[in-house]
Structures are given as C-alpha cells and as structure tokens.
Design a protein around this ligand. Sequence first.
Ligand code: SF4
Ligand code: MG
Length: 343
Amino acid sequence: SETVLRVKDLRTQFALDDGVVKAVDGVDLEIGRGEVLAVVGESGCGKSVMARSILRLVDKPGRITGGEIWVRDPAGGGLVDLVPADVRTVRQVRGKRIAMVFQEPMTSMSPMHTLGNQIGEAILLHERVTKAEARERTIELLGRVGIPAPERRVDAYPFQMSGGMLQRAMIAMALSCNPELLIADEPTTALDTTTQAQILELLDSLRRDLGMAVMLITHDLGVAARLADRIAVMYLGSVVEHGDTASVFRAPRHPYTKALLGSVPKLGSGSRARLTPVRGMVPHAYQRPTGCPFHPRCEEFMAGRCEVTVPRPTAGPEPGREVRCLLYEDGGGSHKNAGLSKA
Ligand code: SF4
Ligand code: MG
C-alpha cells in the first residue's frame, strides 16, 4: 500500500554534561496507508523520543543528528524529508498529515478551557471555517470517538472528565486535522483494563472506517497483539526485530523479543503467576554496552563476539522480517546453527 511514513537510519542524541546519550540510534521504519505498526519495548528504549523526533518535537539538548523522515508532502505530490525541512513544512505536516496522542491526556490539555474551545481552536488553525462551524465539527468529532452527549460535553472542562473520556477527547483533537497517520504513545497505559480495551477498539475502528494508519507505542505486547499488523521491537534506540505480528509472535528470533514474549502471561491462562521479567534492567543511558547493546542481558550471549561486534540487520525467514542479532548473520552463532538464514 501507499507509504505514509518512511524512516531511515534516524538518530537523535542528547548532549548532556556527563556525555552524549544516543536515544535513537539508527531506526528504520515504514508504515503504509491504513496500517497499524506497534513499536514495543521496555521504557527507556527510546520509543517516545523516536516518536517525537518524527514530528520534530525533540527539545534541546536533544537533536536529530542524522537520518531521513519521509512523509507525504502537505503541499501535494510526492514525499518530503522532514529532517532538513523548514518549520513551515513541519507545521503543515503536523496539521494535515500526522497527529500524536500521549500517555497522559491531562498534560496535553489546558485545564482552563473547555473541550469545545481547545478542539475548536485546533480546527480553526487548519480550516477556513466560522467559530460556529468549528463547534459543530467538534461535537461531531466527540461523537465519533464515542463520547456520550457530545453536545453537552463540548462545554465541559478537562477536570470534569474521566481519564478514558479525556483520552477520547485527545483522539478527537488529533482527528480534527484528518491525519493519515496517528502516533499514539502509550495511549492506554494510564487507564484501567476496561477503558483500555475501549480505546483500542476505538483506534481499530478509526483505522477501519477512515483508513488512518496508526503507530502504536507500547510496552505491552498484549496491546500490540490485539491491534497491530506489524511489530517493531526497540531496544536502546534501535529496532532489533520487526515483522508481521503473527509471525513475530509465532516464531520470535531476537533474544530480546523472546524474553519479552516470555514475560507475557500465556493467553487465556488468566494467571499472572507465569510472568517472568526480562533478566536484568535497561542500562543507564550513559552506560551503553559495547558490541550488541543487548549483550549484558542476553540468554544466548556468545563470548568474544557479542560484546565486540554491532549486529547488522538480517532479513528473513519470511519477507518483511528483519532481525539484528549475530546469531543470524553470516556464519551465525558458534554454538547453534538451527534456523539461521543466509544473508
Ligand atoms: Fe544476544 Fe549476541 Fe544476538 Fe546480541 S548479538 S542478541 S548478545 S546473541
Ligand atoms: Mg515512553
């Protein structure tokens, strides 16, 4: 399908007093129209910085230091790279092509203004409509995202809404510019299980009915499994495995993906007793390991190789799948050879 986002070798660094943190370190991603891509990984793996980088929302001392971010040109025709683009183009992309919702809806809304005013403002910013028309459209959007009695809720203040309703309102605000891609950063993490399911159902219906692509950022593989066509697993700033959801779940290749899947309770078992976390912790940003960044935590660590060599992406076994692990590179692991792909 038509590409709505193509990210190549994206790098974002933070220059701090104690050194340089490579928060995003060579990310490649692609999303097609109407597609849902889940970006998964523990917190501290660079998912949010990556997402903010795409919209050029990284604040100092953070800076994009390399790579390409191709989106459909808001001025029409072809693709445009946002990395070197001027502020005006970036604003147009935020207004017409890509919208973002965050984990904490409360922090993205002003407590001082009604939903109607805030969403109406967003509409007035992008469209030539009257105030009355913007209000009508706001009510329509609030209804679209499943807020009951939208003609009354339009005059509510954020503090009068539950977390779930507020997240719906945030999604309505994001929809006000008819984006072709919605980036949702942990949109359900702050919500209870029932509300979480409802928000995911809403995102799925937007994809189905509006053909909107979604980049869903989550640490929760269950959430990813429910909604995503494809999965990208991120660890310390790069995508270590990606592929279609079913095949990644059926046969994970990267030891990190395997560990993450091992830490998800078996579907239907109803028990969280089986939950075993990934061994160890995400290292502190300044202590980036040499070689393969996952090596201190890896169950399949190969001494003499993994702490020395940075793995390159290796394709296979199915089309569209890729893994960054020395086990799958030419020659493969010294201690195992089963299931290796030839590069
Ligand atoms: Fe583990 Fe080595 Fe593969 Fe890294 S390269 S994931 S340390 S086996
Ligand atoms: Mg985050």
